[in-house]
Design a protein around this ligand. Structure first.
Ligand code: F6P
Length: 536
């Protein structure tokens, strides 16, 4: 896979891509979803599948048997089976950084033999054991704060992948929080989150987890230092080594910060930030839900990995999800995709997927350094239903824009009553039905009330949001992103696009504080800085 050679027009010159284009032009562009159902009474069964605890209904898409065959052919022609093998074999598929991509190893069993030859992989289980011991000791009150009090309030300090994973999962698994334990997070640079939080926290019972692969990220270090000042001011400088733990690959920086050597949890450069929930980055989550539940999350992800690795392409859930996205994105011209979970505990899942998908596949250069010839990553957005129904669904139903939807639907409530979850289920099913079938008020005589319908969606169901089903869900999307990247010929595992802004912010700070004048040449920035300086 790393030596992949791509033609200049790749992937548009693949026979399957061209066949899909012809199939779209000749048959599918004007298809009615309702008509697809009328023609095939078995459509629901034929266009849905189970994988582990997840069920995917993709029947409400512009897909027939020929489409699925061609999409599968595209995956084969693009070399997907070999690419999957390359990832699990630990080949350096993150070619721009010459790194393996082994989040799948983090949740494998040693007996799965996932890339054991890659440096660090054989240390995974020891690291997980170390985390487990620490988590158990904190939860049992064997590791306590400076004044001997139990550490009950865990504050994750991180940003991007070092924040979104633990935050999303801790909220999704709120019903697994161990009695007395609380999860909090601080990520943004402006300082308000920590201030708001410390108003309510008892420093004696607070454990900060500084989560940063690099341990140099500006936002995280600013917040970590502010938290350290707070602990020092409240409990004295000696308290730091009892109230800070860290997850990082940067031992030196943890030394400098003064992290207690027994409270440090390492990981490896082949764990990408947005794929790191399964590593020590999950420490704050594990501290709150408990080690057993954290292991169950990993086991869930492993279940999806095994499905992804072994299921035929046309019955492979992540592959199907990715190919449907490509069909919508590259052939139907959809520019975005909405993620709509019908469980409020998944409220940060759309934000989590924003980083996962847009940082991974928001690329316009291919692995060979040449410009892409087709559109890549869609804009990902979303909110939990039914809240979102009262906000932006108007556009989904009657707007001029086309946004395919992934509905995510747990069948049992993860906190409310079942009667309430039944309402959520009814709302979710109603929305996908309305999007597909539309509605003509007065037989179409009231245009403002007409819903055109014929808008596609997937529905992903699970019995209940559990650590295992959440692990499966997250791994499903991780692999979906990987498959899309392979088809587009891009590297889904670097993120150089976030660097320029970081560097410019560093350069601009002295001009913002008035220490120096503006040295850049942007007229708008100059004008804005003048106002900033005047105000300050
Ligand atoms: O914003 C870019 C990024 O590098 C993300 O990919 C990453 O998840 C985040 O910053 C945080 O990085 P770190 O864990 O090194 O603090």
């Amino acid at each position: 896979m790393p030596e992949r050679t791509l033609s200049d027009a790749y992937p548009a010159d693949l026979l399957s891509w061209q066949a899909l284009q012809a199939h779209y032009d000749g048959e599918m562009r004007s298809k009615s979803l309702a008509d697809l159902f009328t023609r095939n009474q078995q459509r629901f069964t034929g266009y849905s599948l189970d994988a582990g605890d997840l069920f995917l209904d993709y029947s409400k898409n512009f897909i027939n048997a020929k489409t699925r065959k061609l999409l599968t052919k595209l995956a084969t022609e693009a070399g997907l089976p070999a690419a999957i093998n390359s990832m699990f074999a630990g080949e350096p598929i993150n070619t721009t950084e010459n790194r393996s991509v082994l989040h799948v190893a983090l949740r494998a069993k040693m007996s799965d033999q996932v890339a054991l030859h890659v440096q660090g992989v054989s240390d995974i289980w020891l690291a997980l054991e170390q985390m487990t011991k620490f988590v158990n000791a904190v939860q049992k009150g064997k590791i306590v704060g400076h004044t001997g009090r139990k550490l009950t309030d865990i504050v994750n300090i991180g940003i991007g992948g070092s924040d979104l994973g633990p935050v999303m999962a801790s909220r999704a698994l709120r019903h697994y929080w161990q009695p007395g334990m609380n999860f909090h997070s601080v990520s943004n640079v402006d300082g308000t989150q920590l201030i708001d939080l410390t108003e309510h926290l008892n420093p004696e019972e607070t454990l900060f987890v500084i989560c940063s692969k690099t341990f140099t990220t500006q936002e995280t270090m600013v917040n970590a230092n502010a938290a350290s000042d707070w602990i020092s001011n409240c409990l004295g400088g000696d308290a730091i080594n009892k109230h800070f733990a860290a997850a990082s690959t940067n031992q030196k920086a943890m030394d400098v910060f003064g992290i207690n050597p027994n409270y440090r949890f390492g990981f490896w450069d082949w764990v990408g930030g947005r794929y790191s929930l399964w590593s020590a980055v999950g420490l704050a989550l594990a501290l709150v839900i408990g080690a057993d539940q954290f292991w169950a999350l990993l086991a869930g992800a492993r279940r999806m990995d095994q499905h992804f690795r072994t299921a035929p392409l046309d019955a492979n859930m992540p592959v199907l999800l990715a190919m449907i996205s490509i069909w919508n994105n590259n052939f139907f011209g959809a520019q975005s995709q909405a993620i709509l979970p019908y469980d409020n505990r998944l409220d940060r899942f759309p934000a989590y997927l924003q980083q996962l998908q847009m940082e991974s596949n928001g690329k316009s250069v291919r692995t060979d350094g040449k410009p892409v010839t087709v559109d890549t990553g869609a804009v990902i957005w979303g909110e939990p239903g039914s809240n979102a129904q009262h906000s932006f669904y108007q556009l989904l139903h009657q707007g001029t824009r086309y946004a395919p939807v992934d509905f995510i639907l747990p069948l049992s409530s993860s906190g409310g009553t079942q009667a309430q979850q039944d309402l959520a289920i009814a709302n979710c099913l109603a929305q996908s039905e309305a999007l597909m079938d539309g509605y003509k008020e007065d037989g179409g005589k009231s245009p403002h009330k007409t819903h055109p319908g014929n808008r596609p969606s997937n529905t992903i169901m699970m019995n209940r949001l559990t650590p295992s089903s959440l692990g499966q869900l997250v791994a499903l999307y991780e692999h979906k992103v990987f498959v899309e990247g392979v088809i587009w010929g891009i590297n889904s595992f670097d993120q150089f696009g976030v660097e320029l802004g970081k560097r410019l912010a560093g350069d601009l700070l002295p001009a913002v504080t008035g220490q120096t004048g503006y040295k850049g040449g942007n007229g708008s920035t100059r004008g804005l800085l003048a106002r900033v300086n005047k105000k300050q």
